[in-house]
Design a protein around this ligand. Structure first.
Ligand code: ADP
Length: 742
């Protein structure tokens, strides 16, 4: 018991020590004395030792406890930090989610998701607005807005379904462009998300534009109809003016009266071409430019154009020539009328804007298959660089001063450009002021049949030497080029002096002398050539034909007329003929009536001709022209009267030989009258009467309509004596006419 007192005392001391106090100092001395006194076997040193042992043990325990405490506090701090991190992360997620949601909701696009039962699982604000219902009412419902109009549905490669819809919305009907996708399975099984963009403004604008375009097209069509009508109305009296002035000019007139009558006629012609240009442009504007693809002879066409313009050029002292490379097929497929129009326009301008030298139409093979390159060049005033693109626009002219000097509307090149573009080509110009112009374009003109020959047969002139003596720069070089292609050796010299020297020095198989060298030079060269050169050819303008006997006397063995046609050149230099005989008359001359049958000849083949013409003056003109040609015209004012008259004449056994049928007549028009005559012929098995349309509209569609109605050809108005004679001659002789081309 006493010993336990001693341990208690030591423990107390130890406890005191554990509480950090200095035990030996702080343990009350009386207690210590009492422990020592009461516990047997103890002494102060023992107690002290016990106390120290206890103290050491306590200290160890304290150290262990303290270190665990520290570890726990550190763990606590880590946990705190983690909690803070997680809280931050949660906040960030919340903010992001909020942002995404508000972004989706604030979208102008309408977003709606539906499950496999078509129940709405999500709808953004825009959809709620469209539906005019709160979100809570929509979610879980199968609400679908009413559809006003449904556009076509397409499915894209990635499976997205796209379509446009006009929907009944809270704000009235609106258009939406929908994109619908099935959401990927891991996100929402079988949910379809539809995103609709409001395209009302776009659709309305597009519709307004289409409407405006339709209106503009309708207005354009109305304008074309109006122009066609007005120009027809203007053309009718104008035809009268032109026809009557022709008749007037054929009567006895004083020189003064003749001048006035000619002025009336030339003003009428100018007005007619202006009207035609405007009408043509308006037709092209209205998209009514339908091209034909028929076989035609390209070289003939080009030579015809050159011949047609040659008198105008020659009147100004200019040359007008053409050259068609003989690698180009004889017959090609295309729209001859429109190509003629293009070439007439370009070559007409070339003559108009040239005061010295001349113009040429050159046709060569292009680079690609079936390509043909056309160049119309001149030695005229040229065009400034800045004006070169402008002149192809409507009503644009090179310089305003030129308009006054040369006249014109500025429409010709605009029409030309459109036709060339429609033919698949591009028109361009190389030019400089004072250095002439070269307008060029390339189009495809295939052969009508692959089996037809690609190149034309040409004469073989190899070994033949030809000297050309010509001061003018256009025709002779082109003729030399052609002769060169045929194998001849050529030389072009500009004056008789050099020519005489060359003739003395070399042997020439042929010498071609341009009549424009002047009478003296021409005659002395002729004499010089006689006996030395086998072929001595004089090159003349048609107006100099009356000088031919004198030129023959001067020593020339043959002649060529400008513009030279390839066939004439081949005949003169390639053929065996070495006579001063007439070359075949140019096509234009044939057409222009140079070989017109004379009235006396025509009279003994006088035809009975029915003319249906509602316009009194035109009727008067037709009667006068036909009577002059020795025929017997019967004039009727309507289509109905024409059919009746034809039936009457047939029944009486005196059928008409020919019907000239005006196309535009009130009541029964010319087309219908022709159909009825054809039907009557078929019924009675009467022989076919030739019916020729009289029309101011000579475009492909008009022509096709005439032919479809059973007519055999057409005659363009205004009627003139030459055209009429040529057309009628197809009935009585082999003279070609525009009809034959039709
Ligand atoms: P127009 O001849 O009626 O004025 P175009 O459209 O045919 O109308 O020609 C437009 C303009 O282009 C002409 O006014 C002229 O200034 C210029 N032009 C056309 N061809 C030639 C040319 N061969 N040489 C010089 N200028 C030309």
């Amino acid at each position: 018991m006493r010993a336990s007192h001693g341990w208690i005392a030591a423990a107390a001391i130890g406890m005191a020590a554990m509480h950090g106090r200095a035990a030996l100092v702080d343990v009350p001395a009386p207690l210590l004395a009492k422990v020592v006194a009461e516990v047997p076997g103890t002494s102060v040193p023992v107690v002290a030792a016990m106390a120290i042992a206890l103290l050491v043990g306590a200290c160890g325990a304290i150290i262990v406890l303290a270190s665990r405490h520290v570890a726990l506090r550190r763990h606590n701090r880590t946990l705190d930090a983690r909690i803070r991190d997680l809280a931050d992360q949660a906040l960030r997620f919340k903010v992001a989610e909020e942002r995404t949601r508000s972004f989706l909701e604030a979208q102008g696009d309408v977003i709606v998701r539906r499950d496999s039962q078509n129940r709405i699982t999500y709808a953004n604000d825009a959809f709620c607005m469209l539906a005019g219902r709160p979100r809570a009412a929509l979610i879980g419902s199968d609400f679908v807005p009413a559809i006003v109009e449904q556009g076509e549905v397409a499915v894209l490669d990635d499976g997205t379904r796209v379509h446009d819809q006009e929907l009944v919305t809270n704000d009235g009907p609106r258009w939406f462009a929908w994109r619908e996708v099935v959401l990927p399975k891991p996100i929402e099984p079988d949910e379809i998300q539809s995103v609709g963009r409001d395209i009302t403004d776009r659709v309305r604008t597009a519709r307004a534009l289409a409407e405006a375009r339709d209106q503009a097209e309708a207005a354009n069509r109305a304008k074309s109809r109006f122009l066609a009508m007005v120009s027809h109305e203007i053309r009718t009296p104008l035809n009268g003016i032109l026809g009557m002035s022709d008749l007037l000019l054929d009567t006895e007139l004083s020189p003064e009266q003749k001048t006035y009558a000619k002025a009336v006629k030339s003003s009428g012609v100018a007005l007619m071409s202006l009207i035609e240009e405007i009408l043509d442009f308006s037709k092209i504007e209205a998209g009514k430019l339908d091209l034909e693809a028929r076989p035609f002879g390209l070289e003939t066409l080009v030579e015809d154009v050159a011949e047609l313009l040659a008198p105008r050029a020659q009147a100004k002292g200019l040359e007008m020539a053409s050259y068609v490379d003989d690698r180009i097929p004889e017959c090609v497929l295309g729209d001859e009328t429109r190509l003629r129009q293009v070439l007439l326009n370009l070559a007409g301008n070339a003559v108009k804007f040239t005061e010295r030298g001349g113009a040429a139409i050159v046709v060569e093979p292009g680079i690609g298959r079936d390509e043909v390159r056309f160049t119309v060049r001149d030695t005229g005033i040229g065009i400034a660089k800045e004006a070169q693109s402008r002149i192809f626009l409507e009503f644009e002219q090179g310089e305003s001063g030129l308009t006054r000097r040369f006249g014109g509307t500025g429409l010709g090149l605009a029409i030309t450009r459109r036709i060339v573009e429609r033919m698949g080509g591009q028109i361009g110009v190389d030019s400089a002021p004072g250095a002439g112009s070269a307008f060029h374009f390339t189009i495809k003109l295939p052969r009508p049949d692959e089996r037809t020959q690609s190149a034309r047969p040409v004469p073989d002139l190899s070994g033949i030497s030809v000297l050309l003596v010509a001061p003018a720069p256009i025709e002779a070089p082109l003729a030399a080029r052609r002769l060169g292609r045929w194998g001849a050796i050529t030389r072009v010299v500009p004056d008789d002096g050099i020519a005489a020297a060359l003739i003395a020095d070399h042997h020439w198989n042929a010498v071609v002398v341009d009549h424009s060298l002047g009478s003296m030079a021409v005659e002395s060269l002729g004499r010089n050539l006689q006996g030395t050169v086998p072929r001595r050819i004089i090159l003349i303008e048609p107006g100099a034909r009356n000088e031919l006997p004198r030129l023959k006397q001067a020593g020339y063995s043959g002649y060529l007329v400008k513009p030279i046609r390839a066939a004439s050149l081949a005949m003169r230099l390639g053929g065996n003929a070495d006579r001063f005989d007439a070359e075949p008359a140019p096509a234009a001359a044939r057409r222009s009536g140079a070989e017109m049958p004379d009235p006396a000849e025509a009279a003994h083949r006088a035809m009975s001709i029915l003319v249906a013409e509602d316009n009194e003056i035109n009727a008067l003109l037709s009667r006068a022209l036909l009577q002059r040609l020795g025929h017997r015209p019967t004039i009727v004012p309507t289509g109905t009267a024409a059919v009746e008259s034809w039936l009457g004449a047939s029944a009486a056994g005196t059928p008409y030989d020919l019907v000239l049928m005006d196309v535009n007549m009130p009541g029964l028009d010319g087309l219908e009258a022709a159909r009825r005559i054809r039907a009557a012929e078929a019924e009675s098995s009467a022989s076919r009467t030739l019916i020729i349309a009289l029309t101011a509209n000579v475009f492909a569609e008009d022509r096709a309509a005439c032919l479809a109605a059973g007519m055999d050809g057409f005659l363009g108005k205004p009627l003139d004596q030459e055209g009429l004679a040529a057309a009628l001659a197809t009935r009585i002789g082999p003279v070609s006419s525009p009809m034959a081309a039709a």
